[in-house]
Design a protein around this ligand. Structure first.
Ligand code: 5GP
Ligand code: ZN
Length: 112
């Protein structure tokens, strides 16, 4: 499958890894929008948040746990933002489920 995040998960494309276990990977975003900008993905290909069901919802629970763990390690004690862009209008450009963990600066709201 021609998916850049699957390739990163399979080590076919290089990334700066921040966290890894059997089922999940976190790595620095190529085009960071904040001092800390980490992407958290399941290694399994799930297209978007729209594909989360009662059967696989444990994936997103674990992604939140990993995000909080990385935030702590990165010293984001004053807060951080977790973003999921879903679908065309949501601004999703990579069609493999991911959370953005953003921190190290004050975030704006509402987001563009
Ligand atoms: P989206 O727009 O789908 O929510 O987020 C996709 C993110 O993936 C973007 O922030 C983009 O910079 C990042 N990205 C796209 N291709 C690569 C890549 O090959 N390596 C890394 N590390 N990040 C990527
Ligand atoms: Zn994929």
């Amino acid at each position: 499958m021609d998916c850049i995040f699957c390739k990163i998960a399979n080590n076919e494309v290089l990334s700066e890894k921040v966290y890894e276990d059997e089922k999940f990977l976190a790595f620095n975003d190529l085009d960071p929008q904040a001092p800390v900008h980490v992407l958290i993905i399941p290694k399994e290909h799930v297209k978007s948040a729209d594909e989360i069901t009662d059967k696989n919802s444990d994936i997103v629970g674990k992604m939140f746990i990993i995000a909080a763990k990385i935030a702590k390690e990165k010293g984001l004690d004053n807060g951080y933002r977790i973003v999921n862009n879903c679908g065309e209008d949501g601004g999703q450009t990579v069609k493999h489920l991911h959370f953005h963990l953003l921190g190290g600066r004050k975030m704006n709201w509402p987001a563009g």
